[in-house]
Design a protein around this ligand. Structure first.
Ligand SMILES: [Zn+2]
Length: 304
């Protein structure tokens, strides 16, 4: 049995808030997945659920070390002493290092942990055999697409993770993502996600076939229909595609001789001071990878 516990952190980046989950794994045992942010009411909701179920938390799983997914795990561990399971490369304080393919067995059921990097290097997806369910964190979410932003995000690695999930777990009955509603047709969703990435990359290549372009120029053309408030996010996605193409020798980047205009600078390095609070700023930095280094204005062109 799976219960969704939504964290009280709605925002444009988190949709209705971060989804946590409680899974019953035995007569008196539960697993918590992504208890989200450190919020007393939210953590109490996990504790109340365990009390009502006459059960204890045998483990706390964390999908990845972004600030809307893991801090609640630390708080829930303090309250329950349950161990935190996270990928070996995670940088927050976990208890049990998890590697790809590890079977996590409990009294009544078992999970398989899958390393699924691309959105974040330490990302895990959990396969729950008894429910034929995938807990995908920010690899697949209920509505819209996921942000793949350098330096933590890698577009090629991300699509490879999606392809692996489609190949090995396309038969899943349900995807419980880190945000938004449950996905009832996992195969269709995974195929859509992969096709969407291919189409975006084709758009970028088509644009560059016409003329060399900067990221602000590519964003203005490709995301013309999207609110300009989201263009800084779009710019990070475009950068992720360009980094992949550059690495493969298909695109070359050259610094422009001029300094970026105010509009270009705002797009490439947005002022996070406009965000509501520290938590939102920390999340934007983690999800978008911005504010980590000043980047010159580059002009991209196709090679050959
Ligand atoms: Zn994330």
């Amino acid at each position: 049995m799976v219960t969704r516990m939504r964290a009280p952190n709605p925002s444009p980046m988190t949709l209705d808030g971060t989804n946590g989950y409680i899974v019953r794994v035995g007569p008196g045992a539960l697993v918590a997945i992504d208890p989200g942010i450190e919020d007393a009411a939210h953590i109490n909701a996990f504790l109340d659920a365990a009390r009502r179920a006459h059960a204890h938390f045998a483990a706390i799983f964390v999908t990845h070390g972004h600030p809307d997914h893991y801090p609640g795990a630390l708080a829930l561990r303090r309250a329950t002493r349950a161990p935190i399971f996270a990928h070996r490369s995670a940088t927050f304080g976990y208890d049990r290092p998890i590697d790809d393919g590890m079977r996590l067995t409990f009294e009544d059921t078992a999970f398989v942990a899958l390393h699924a990097p691309g959105h974040a290097p330490d990302h895990l997806v959990f396969w729950l055999e008894s429910e034929r369910a995938l807990f995908t964190g920010d690899v697949v979410i209920g509505t819209g697409t996921v942000v793949i932003a350098p330096p933590g995000g890698d577009m090629r690695v991300y699509v490879a993770s999606l392809e692996r999930l489609l190949r090995d777990y396309g038969h899943a009955d349900v995807i419980y993502g880190g945000h938004g509603p449950a996905v009832r047709r996992p195969r269709v969703k995974l195929e859509e996600y992969i096709a969407h990435r291919r189409a975006r990359e084709e758009q970028i290549i088509t644009m560059l076939e016409r003329a060399p372009a900067t990221i602000p120029e590519l964003v203005a053309a490709i995301y013309a229909e999207v609110s300009t408030a989201l263009w800084p996010v779009a710019a990070r996605q475009v950068l992720a595609y360009l980094i992949a193409l550059e690495r493969e020798g298909r695109v070359a980047a050259e610094p422009l001789a001029r300094a970026p205009s105010a509009a270009e600078a705002a797009l490439l390095d947005p002022d996070l001071g406009a965000l509501a609070d520290d938590a939102e700023r920390a999340l934007a930095r983690a999800e978008l990878g911005i504010g980590t280094a000043a980047e010159p204005l580059l002009c991209y062109s196709l090679v050959g």
